[in-house]
Design a protein around this ligand. Structure first.
Ligand SMILES: [Mg+2]
Length: 141
């Protein structure tokens, strides 16, 4: 499951990315104020209890505590949180998630489907033979 645009409504902080230079620090720092996209969170709750829920986000690793607090605050169902590691900061989110999917598979996970709002990542998952449900957010970082 993606977080931004799927479980978290990041619309209120998109303006940080609208200027001539994208302010990623400001964009991410405001993430604690995201509203929950409750229908999507409910969908995750309804999944087979035997499935493990992996939250895979291109948020940088330094947002780990903020993200965990937000997850806790909203009572999300989850088993594993994967963020962009310190050495992956410059990786494009598509490359990052392709690599993360390969890592998950190498650890024995057999992902059954993804929820994602970035069409480029939906496309990448299709290429990696992972069914993906597209969620329209109207934005993606
Ligand atoms: Mg997203």
């Amino acid at each position: 499951m993606d977080i931004d645009g799927v479980l978290a409504d990041a619309a209120h902080r998109q303006w940080h990315l609208d200027g001539p230079t994208r302010d990623w620090n400001g964009f991410f720092a405001a993430a604690s104020g995201d509203a929950l996209l409750a229908h999507h969170a409910e969908l995750v709750h309804c999944l087979d209890p035997g499935l493990q829920v992996v939250l895979l986000t291109a948020r940088p690793f330094r947002l780990r505590r903020l993200t965990l607090a937000w997850i806790e605050q909203h009572g999300l169902r989850w088993d594993l949180l994967a963020l962009r590691g310190p050495t992956e900061d410059m990786l494009h989110s598509v490359r990052f998630k392709r690599r993360a999917l390969a890592v998950l598979r190498s650890y024995g996970f057999t992902p059954v489907f993804a929820l994602e709002d970035d069409p480029r990542i939906v496309e990448m998952y299709a290429g990696e033979a992972l069914p993906c449900v597209y969620v329209h957010s109207g934005y993606y970082g």
